[in-house]
Design a binder for this molecule. Structure first.
Ligand SMILES: Cc1ncc(COP(=O)(O)O)c(C=O)c1O
Length: 467
């Protein structure tokens, strides 16, 4: 086999000095300090059964809208859009430099240590699967049943890896005790504790400092699934001692398609490349392959450069407006909780207790109402978008709800708040839930193959194609 030189020489992801991007602090601000960054699609109007209202998107935990600053960064990057690490043309070198600068921005966002890797993935699920495949043989993984399936399941198929699943805890103290005794009983050569920063069902925050302390006492590493934490709270790998963090761009005000795994380099450098192919190699000859080390090892194929730039732009904006975002969400979350708390027949759900610190995510049920009917009514009658079901956390939701009303499925409605929300959205939701709990829906609803449908629902869902 003969291989041309250009095919086997991997262009190391260094940033050419002349093309290094100098970041202007104000460029990432689409709002003045103290104000909130704007989102694309704010003010969207949607049809209801009786008219039209501003859309109340109360489903940020599923996917957030994009920031205006992210859209601007993507538009700019598309002007010089070209190959990454595969060309010497000017546009290619600019794109390569921006791709690597995106890595630096994300590293800054998570407080990465100097030697940490920032790997661009597709999403959190991809990140946890990448780490699962990178664990040294003989690793024991400790994971709570509270976790999202994307954080609970990847370890089970990993070769040479043992999984210890810890039950849904009744309190933080029990969680830490269970974790400490499981770690103490472990004889594995490597240990990894996997925990969410914030629950995607209840929004409750795990006490990461305590988890890290317990893990470190037993020489275990910690992966934090920050899918629901990163949009709301700062993460600092270096200061906290967290070893790895995973999150998704589409929950962080960037569009779909890019996620991140950041953390310790050694396991990632020693494992098989995630995708075998171009970009992941240092050298290929007829005698064999030397795989690249660093992030490139696990970013085989042409990378999602626009996705990475979008994630970086989101990280920059969120960091620049952190205080304003937290204050906005805290006030809306308090408004929501206090509004729902006083409605007879409505329950809100917690793992660790009602007063536990949480991000602006809340799960509730209305006595004797199927949650999918509730979300259909909120949409049809009030122009509100929420999610219902078990939120890819079946074990946790089954444990929390435990078949409360016999014939009603053990599912909940989840409200998750963010930058697209106003106090009016929250008030509309609370008023709608109060009305529903007291008097039922305004129309008769029938369950169909496509879910619950209201009598006389003539909303037109067929918009012109966007292309
Ligand atoms: C806590 C948590 N972890 C992981 C995931 C998976 O994220 P993704 O679908 O972007 O891979 C989600 C998605 O909802 C989540 O909420």
């Amino acid at each position: 086999m003969s291989i041309a030189r250009s095919e086997y020489t991997y262009c190391a992801p260094t940033i050419p000095t002349k093309l290094r991007v100098v970041r202007d602090g104000d460029a990432v601000r689409t709002a003045a300090p103290g104000e909130l960054p704007a989102v694309v699609g704010a003010g969207l109007r949607v049809p209801t059964l009786t008219g039209e209202v501003e859309y109340a998107n109360l489903d940020h935990a599923a996917s957030t809208p994009s920031l205006v600053s992210v859209k601007a960064a993507v538009d700019t990057a598309l002007q010089t859009y070209s190959s990454v690490h595969r060309g010497n043309g000017y546009a290619s070198r600019v794109t390569s430099a921006w791709y690597e600068q995106a890595r630096v921005e994300v590293g800054r966002f998570v407080g990465a240590r100097e030697d940490d890797l920032v790997v661009f993935t597709r999403n959190t699920t991809d990140s946890t699967n990448l780490l699962a495949r990178s664990l040294p043989r003989g690793t024991e993984v400790f994971v709570f049943e509270t976790e999202h399936h994307s954080t609970l399941l990847p370890w089970q198929q990993a070769r040479g890896v043992q999984v210890t699943t810890l039950p849904v805890p009744s309190s933080i103290e029990h969680a830490l005790e269970d974790l400490a005794s499981a770690l103490a009983a472990s004889v594995a050569s490597h240990r990894l504790v996997v925990v969410a920063g914030a629950s995607n069902v209840t929004g409750e925050l795990w006490p990461l400092a305590d988890v890290v302390a317990v893990a470190q006492r037993h020489r275990a590493r910690v992966l934090v699934d920050a899918a629901q934490l990163a949009p709301h709270r700062a993460i600092d790998l270096a200061a906290s001692g967290i070893d790895y963090v995973a999150f998704s761009g589409h929950k962080l005000y960037a569009p779909f398609g890019a996620g991140v795994l950041a953390g310790r380099r050694d396991w990632l450098d020693s494992s098989a490349p995630y995708l075998r192919g171009g970009g992941a190699t240092a050298r290929v000859s007829t005698d064999g392959v030397a795989w690249a080390t660093g992030a490139a090892r696990h970013e085989g194929g042409s990378p999602n450069v626009i996705g990475a730039i979008a994630v970086a732009a989101a990280c920059a904006s969120i960091s620049a407006h952190r205080e304003a975002i937290e204050a906005h969400e805290a006030s809306l979350a308090e408004r929501l909780r206090s509004g729902l708390d006083v409605i007879p027949g409505v329950d809100t759900w917690s793992i660790f207790g009602d007063d536990h610190d949480r991000v602006a995510v809340l799960a509730f049920t209305i006595e004797r109402f199927d949650s999918s009917l509730v979300s259909a009514i909120l949409s049809a009658e009030h122009g509100i978008g929420v999610r219902d079901g078990k939120f890819c956390a079946h074990i946790l939701v089954d444990e929390l709800l435990e078949d409360p009303w016999g014939d009603t499925p053990a599912t909940a409605v989840r409200v998750s708040l963010g930058l697209a929300n106003t106090a009016e959205h929250v008030d509309r939701l609370v008023a709608a839930v109060a009305e529903l709990a007291a008097n039922g829906p305004a129309r008769r609803y029938t369950r169909t193959d496509e879910g619950w449908v209201a009598d006389g629902d003539e909303r037109d869902l067929s918009l012109p194609l966007p292309w």
